[in-house]
Design a protein around this ligand. Structure first.
Ligand code: DX5
Ligand code: ZN
Length: 216
């Protein structure tokens, strides 16, 4: 069963609770929360207190994407705030295996995230440890960027690794997911689709979500 994870990065932060309730009512499966520190990525967004506030207004799974340096310092705070799924970037984690174990020990599902320029090989040895792999299809930092189609072979290869090893690991993509790109992503074997601007732009959340989910 494929899932849509609506990225609140494209929501109106001035009325975030209403926006979260609105996309839940409009049919998103999960809520994707982008945490940025101004170091790992150029942009700065939100911290655990906002995750806690979002947790209070929805019962949907919270899929929290940490784009921060030394994410191991904050894993406990985000799980405590209500993250069901917690993702760390391989590029930010010298002790990736340990960080993944700590996410799982805290009771959350662990995601390893890979930038477009980072080889898949870098996560080969933790593939059996994670609950989901998130392959970035833009360089992280901002919503509304152009999909990097060069990521498709990597997505297919990751799908193949998961299937060959028969692992209970989901495959997620993030960045530039919209009506023009979703068919190729479905074809490549993606399980979870993050979409920000394609959900929020134009204001017709139910229509936007339906148009994506009809293709998933
Ligand atoms: C980008 C974030 C994404 C972003 C995607 O760094 O990780 O989750 O919200 O936005 P769209 O769907 O507009 O490309
Ligand atoms: Zn994201």
């Amino acid at each position: 069963m494929r899932k849509l994870s609506a990225s609140i990065l494209s929501a109106d932060f001035g009325k975030l609770a209403d926006e979260v309730r609105a996309v839940e009512a409009a049919g998103t499966d999960w809520i994707h929360v982008d945490v940025m520190d101004g170091h790992f990525v150029p942009n700065i967004t939100i911290g655990p207190d906002v995750v806690r506030a979002v947790r209070k207004v929805t019962s949907l799974p919270l899929d929290v994407h940490l784009m921060i340096e030394k994410p191991e310092r904050y894993v406990e705070a985000f799980v405590d705030a209500g993250a069901d799924w917690l993702g760390v970037h391989v590029e930010a984690c010298p002790h990736l295996h340990r960080t993944i174990q700590s996410i799982k020990e805290l009771g959350a599902k662990a995601i390893v995230t890979v930038n477009p320029g980072t080889p898949l090989m870098s996560i080969e040895d933790v593939l059996g440890e994670v609950d989901m792999v998130l392959l970035m299809t833009v360089n992280p930092g901002f919503g509304g960027q152009k999909f990097i189609s060069g990521a498709l072979p990597k997505i297919r290869r990751c799908r193949q690794w998961i299937d060959e090893r028969n692992l209970p690991v989901l495959l997620e993509v993030d960045g530039g997911v919209n009506r023009d790109t979703i068919d190729a992503l479905v074809d490549a074997g993606v399980d979870v689709f993050v979409a920000g601007s394609a959900v929020f732009n134009g204001g017709d959340y139910a229509g936007n979500i339906k148009r994506l989910k009809d293709r998933m």
